[in-house]
Design a binder for this molecule. Structure first.
Ligand SMILES: [Zn+2]
Length: 417
């Protein structure tokens, strides 16, 4: 792949150029110009911003979008999701994930954290789409299949390790109420041994907290800490019911909480992630969509707006989450695990960025961060670049029609079409 150079992009009102080499930003500044052999793009005054990071999803669940959305959670899982998941083939996961990737590319997400069946098929789809992802197959052993789950998890880790640099592996125990204490301990040990991440749902409903207190005499984060699962490579999805002491522990261990405000509201969990307390404690925070079965969109701009609105509303305070800070959460900049600890749009950082539509009426008059959070949607993205490769230009993603047709066929064959 030849180096990519963008000229005429706008950052903070200044025109800049940006040159990408080997998937990273090599140089950025007013004097940067294409070198012979570069692929060159004239941004013609388009605004340049970092790409977004979706910290929690189940990408292939695009196949379930629009089915059973008005059912209560357990009926939706029992009647709609689990019977279909029992017959999922690798090709279903592949095309469902490709569809998710088209949507993410179109709406400015470069990297995502995924938990779903057939993780190798997810990885293939991510690589073919040109995105990056941290992927783990979900672990459940409520039915007593603990040893089988361990073997599957090790096989998945091996398969994911063999993929290219765009793929990172995670162990993904589904939750504290579907995974035994023994398997959770094994996950902690195995993740530490192999240097892989842990991705788990935590403290999504109040019922989960009550059950955990009754069964283990501790709240969910304290229970996970006892088992050794909280560390710098741990993502906790949801965290709606975390209390101050749990947030202190999570901050001390360096774990990341990914809030999913749209999914939380759709499933009517009845609370809001305690962002102000998390910030006071110094918790790393990211933003996620959750799966398309429970959101139903993968446009992270929508979650960004919901995140900011929910925090203002729940806290009765319009100053609780400044727009610039909300934008940082959506780009992974408030969680080193999500952005790799790199200052975005600087030399050495991954070449993951967006050019916004020059004709977008939603931005340009007021404060950019405020417009991005409250006025814009994913349709504001004109160009998506990931690892120095142009995945969308002028709103067009190559091969999108074929992906849609294949995904529709797979959904139909599962009885979801
Ligand atoms: Zn989830």
């Amino acid at each position: 792949m030849s180096p990519l150079t963008i000229v005429g992009a706008v950052v903070d009102g200044e025109k800049v150029g940006l040159r990408c080499e080997d998937g990273a930003i090599a140089t950025i500044g007013p004097e940067v110009a294409p070198q012979p052999g570069d692929e060159a793009i004239d941004a013609a005054g388009a605004t340049l911003v970092p790409a977004l990071v979706n910290g929690h999803t189940h990408a292939a669940m695009t196949l379930f979008r629009g089915h059973g959305g008005d059912l209560p959670l357990m009926r939706w899982l029992r009647e709609m999701v689990w019977p279909v998941e029992a017959k999922l083939q690798a090709d279903d996961v592949y095309w469902g994930t490709r569809l998710a990737c088209v949507e993410m590319i179109r709406t400015g997400t470069a990297r995502f954290w995924d938990m779903y069946w057939q993780p190798e098929a997810t990885a293939r789809a991510v690589e073919d789409a040109g995105l990056r992802a941290t992927i783990g197959g979900p672990l459940f052993d409520a039915d007593g299949r603990t040893e089988e789950m361990k073997a599957q998890a090790l096989a998945d880790l091996e398969a994911l390790a063999a993929r290219g640099p765009a793929i990172d592996a995670a162990l993904a125990p589904h939750s504290i109420y579907t995974v035994s204490e023994g398997l959770l301990r094994w996950v902690a040990e195995t993740a530490a041994e192999r240097g892989v991440a842990i991705h788990i749902h935590l403290s999504e409903t109040e019922h989960e907290v009550e059950e955990c207190l009754a069964a283990h005499g501790a709240r969910p984060a304290a229970y996970l800490d006892r088992l050794g699962l909280l560390g710098e490579r741990t993502v906790l999805a949801h965290g709606v019911w975390l209390d101050a002491a749990e947030l202190e522990t999570i901050a001390a261990r360096g774990a990341t909480v990914v809030t999913n405000p749209v999914a939380n509201m759709k499933l009517a969990v009845g609370g809001a992630f305690p962002y102000p307390a998390a910030r006071r404690a110094g918790v790393a925070v990211g933003l996620g969509t959750d799966g398309a079965g429970s959101n139903d969109s993968l446009d992270l701009f929508a979650d960004l707006k919901a995140f900011a609105l929910m925090q203002r509303h729940a806290n009765g305070d319009p100053t609780v989450l400044p727009a610039a800070e909300a934008w940082q959460v959506a780009t992974g900049a408030r969680a080193p695990l999500l952005d790799g600890g790199c200052e975005p749009l600087t030399p050495g950082a991954p070449a993951d960025f967006l050019l916004l539509r020059r004709d977008a009426y939603e931005i340009g008059l007021g404060d950019l961060a405020s417009d991005l959070v409250y006025a814009a949607g994913g349709s504001i993205v004109d160009t998506t670049v990931v690892a120095g490769r142009v995945l969308m230009r002028g709103g067009e993603v190559e091969g999108a029609a074929e992906v849609l047709a294949q995904a529709a066929e797979r959904a139909h064959s599962l009885g979801l079409g």
